[in-house]
Design a protein around this ligand. Sequence first.
Ligand code: Q46
Ligand code: ZN
Length: 302
Amino acid sequence: MRQHKLALCKEHFLDWIPEQTARFIKKYEMFTHHEKVLVAVSGGKDSLALWDILVRLGYQADGLYIGLGIDGGFGYSSESHRLAQKFADENGLHLHVVDVESEYGLPVPVLADITHRGKGRPCSVCGLAKRHVMNRIARDLGYAVLATGHNLDDEAAVLFGNTLNWLGDYLKRQAPVLPETPGLARKVKPLCRFYEREMTAYALLRSIEYIYEECPYSAGSKTTYYKELLNQLETERPGAKLTFYTKFLEARKGGLFGEPDTNPTMELHPCTNCGQPTSAPGLCSFCRLMERAASVLPGTSK
Ligand code: Q46
Ligand code: ZN
């Protein structure tokens, strides 16, 4: 790990990762051992590694797998579901499964197509559906915290994009912890200071079987491009990604972007259909999307 000028053997690396994770959980006040954590599990290395680490640290962590109905010619969703379930079964853990098509009538790519959202890329519909389902399960089943496996490469790429475009509202809200608001669980990213390659190494050394392929829709995305650029920078200047992200967090905490705005001050209203908090009175974005889908294909919305 050139950014830390540190080299560890397998045994010490497998201790170091959970120790560091515990330190970040404490430093950013993510959650305690008394709180129930719901880990959003995609079947990829980061989220399965996160689940593994939290369980090793003694946290009460269950998983949530969301079936998006993405095939990509190799059964992306079915394979990622199989691996998430395999991990849960092998470790005696509980995995909640929500399949978007079974619950809402259509898989994510078709939902995006028929509602003409996303210009051929279903990511915005996918994000909306995932947020909706994660919040619903966390709220309905009493989880205080929702944990995702975003690593440093993910966070640095998002930060880079937000900075290139000076997206002030996003910069204010980008943080390892988003506090809970009425009806919404706290959101945390315990792996946000680990490089992607560290998580790959952890998953491999722990013999965690995960899906190697990325979602087929991630190819050619802006985030992927920013990751490549940041990797070039990292090759020349080891530690550049980590410094970029951690100095941002310090600057943000110090007030560079005004008061840290992790707690939306805007008034929230319960969606008239699903009850989830939404900024404008009426339907939330997800229910509006489903309403549009139902107008094209009656019988879709639930
Ligand atoms: S948003 Fe887009 Fe991801 Fe959904 S469609 Fe695939 S690439 S999985 S994080
Ligand atoms: Zn709604």
